[in-house]
Write a protein of this length. Structure first.
Length: 116
């Protein structure tokens, strides 16, 4: 049985990942050492890995489905509005029917929040 898919997100500086996932998105820091941080919120997890070479190759776009998009958006607007993606700052209903908004950190990692 497969339970969940957990992405690895590579950063040249781990503090950029902590700023996005822990400080802005309120993920809990489950583990941290010199090169790995494990973060979790409401069952959604990510592994943040400090590796400049891999970080230079790819800046991922991740999607998190939610059933509380308005509350998540309001929280992010109140606490870290500078992380809202410039092209997805507000909750919008997309042509495919989902409501979405997004955040983006200073390295280009993008997290889209989606409610169907």
């Amino acid at each position: 049985m497969m339970l969940r898919l957990i992405p690895k997100v590579f950063y040249a500086d781990m503090e950029d990942g902590i700023a996005l996932f822990v400080d802005c998105l309120r993920f809990t820091l489950l583990h941290r050492d010199d090169t790995l941080a494990v973060v979790e919120r409401d069952g959604a997890k990510a592994y943040l890995v400090q590796d400049a070479a891999f970080a230079a190759k790819d800046r991922p776009e991740l999607a998190i489905e939610t059933d509380t998009i308005a509350a998540l958006h309001a929280d992010i607007v109140a606490r870290c509005p500078g992380m809202l993606h410039p092209n997805a700052r507000t909750v919008e209903t997309k042509p495919w029917g989902a409501q979405e908004f997004a955040v983006r950190d200073r390295t280009g990692v993008c997290v889209i929040f989606r409610q169907w």
